[in-house]
Design a protein around this ligand. Structure first.
Ligand code: PGU
Length: 459
């Protein structure tokens, strides 16, 4: 590889290798570099003569890939015939009856859309539905945000949170001088893959302290303090996944001061606005602190959880810039990232969101339904905590009620998780994360029995 190719190739920090992505990238680099070394004759003589007319597939060398660490949990769950099985893997809201929930306000918006015969299925612009983008920016930055009023924000509709992160990564890889992004340990398992394949180099900062089951604030400040000036920092806006541990507002303020003093670039992942506290504005506080200081930042927004639009893939990616002029040029370049990736985003989910956000009555109905989801999750925390206490399960389980958002990071190890899956048909990620939204009053005793058995027998 030439030095140029090498510098174009995304890398992981050596200390934290993510081998499957690494392999995929080196395969990609090999693939891309072959034509420069091979003459047309080489490719003819190198063609396998037995490629046609034999039983061998040209893909015979392809190895079986492992299941995704999160979505693969659902694959395993679906195969289990047990009537008592419980899926606490994926972060997806379930009702008290254990069923997926379509919000009433979403049903209403969809009905309205279907009834409107003037609606057509034309392509959206490359950056999506203009009204959706405007309303999404207002939702996350606040209606009175000076950055919006001064037209310093560019917002583009993307494919949910994941697509927003990916578009952001590719934009940064092309247009930002520092290609290193720092992500917390631990973090959502897809982050390192999205950023690496988006062209960034991933490093980590300390975040969670297993001993206290809380924030390793000192470690976080030290690691960000020694990051190179200009480095990108991925921050979970609220309801950190998987730990459920968020900085306090005072700690956010210290993080902000440190990052601004070092010129570190904040990239917020907001996948749970409204799910942490049940209040949309409160859950956007961290982001708004960074916007209020006049500095620049990036935000990936998802409507998967807070509007229950998981499979509709609705999200928005925003960049807050210093001036309207820069924001305009940035937007023109975002279009060049998106166009060859998927051309333009789908219309239906964004229309649902715009219908709800533009209408005061529907917006209010949404906030009530959102609060009900957040409250049910919080009550599940209390029920599980009480059930473990009632069983006298060894250990301090107060983190279950202290942690925030959709997940509890239980502290159970992978052997204990495997035991609970085998003996109790309870499915969760191997890091001991459980989706509290998948629990109900009916299933809490089963989970508490399983945790009790895992801790006492596999302790
Ligand atoms: N960012 C964070 C922090 C997330 O937790 C998730 C979803 C996303 C982004 C992406 O969400 P979108 O659906 O693309 O909007 N995490 C869930 C859902 C399953 C998954 O891994 O995609 C989870 O269970 O962790």
């Amino acid at each position: 590889m030439s030095p140029q190719e090498e510098s174009d190739c995304p890398r992981f920090d050596q200390a934290h290798s993510f081998s499957s992505s690494d392999r995929r990238i080196s395969a990609l680099v090999r693939h891309l570099t072959v034509p420069t070394h091979a003459s047309p004759m080489d490719s003819i003589s190198a063609a396998p003569t037995s490629a046609f007319g034999t039983a061998d597939s040209v893909f015979a060398h392809v190895v079986q890939a492992p299941e995704d660490p999160i979505l693969g949990v659902t694959v395993a769950y679906n195969k289990d015939p047990s009537p008592n099985k419980l899926n606490l893997g994926v972060g997806a809201y379930r009702t008290e009856e254990g069923k997926p929930l379509v919000l009433n306000v979403v049903r209403r918006a969809e009905q309205q859309l279907v009834n409107d015969r003037s609606r057509v299925k034309e392509y959206l612009p490359i950056i999506g539905l203009a009204e959706f983008n405007k309303l999404s920016a207002k939702l996350i930055f606040g209606a009175e945000s000076p950055a919006i009023l001064e037209n310093r924000v560019t917002t583009v509709q993307c494919l949910s949170g994941t697509g927003s992160l990916r578009v952001g990564a590719e934009f940064l890889a092309r247009h930002y001088h520092e290609r290193t992004i720092y992500i917390p340990v631990p973090t959502w398992g897809n982050h390192p893959k999205v950023f690496t394949l988006g062209g960034l180099s991933v490093k980590t900062y300390r975040y969670y302290d297993p001993a206290t089951r809380g924030l390793n604030f000192q470690g976080l400040l030290e690691d960000l303090g020694s990051a190179p000036s200009g480095a990108i920092v991925l921050l979970h806006a609220c309801a950190h996944n998987p730990t459920g541990v968020d900085p306090t507002l005072e700690q956010w303020e210290q993080i902000r001061q440190l990052m601004r003093s070092k010129g570190l670039l904040p990239f917020f992942d907001s996948a749970y606005q409204g799910f942490a506290s049940g209040r949309l504005d409160a859950d956007a506080q961290s982001i708004r602190m960074f916007v209020a200081d006049g500095g620049e930042c990036l935000v990936a927004q998802s409507y998967a959880k807070n509007m229950g639009l998981y499979g509709e893939r609705v999200g928005a990616f925003s960049i807050v810039c210093k001036s309207a002029d820069v924001a305009r040029r940035v937007e023109s370049q975002l279009k060049l990232v998106i166009r060859p990736m998927y051309s333009n985003p789908p219309i239906h989910g964004a229309s649902i969101v715009a219908t709800i956000l533009r209408d005061r009555d529907m917006y209010n109905e949404w906030t009530v339904e959102l609060k009900a989801m957040a409250d049910r999750i919080i009550s599940m925390r209390h029920e599980l905590f009480d059930a473990l206490r009632a069983r006298g399960t060894p250990g301090d389980w107060s983190h279950i009620i202290k942690q925030i958002g959709m997940f509890t990071f239980t502290g159970l190890n992978s052997e204990q998780v495997a035991f609970m899956t085998k003996e109790y048909h309870i499915y969760m990620t191997s890091d001991g994360r459980i989706s509290m939204a998948g629990l109900s009053s009916r299933t809490v005793p089963h989970l508490a029995d399983a945790i009790h058995a895992a801790v006492t027998r596999m302790g």
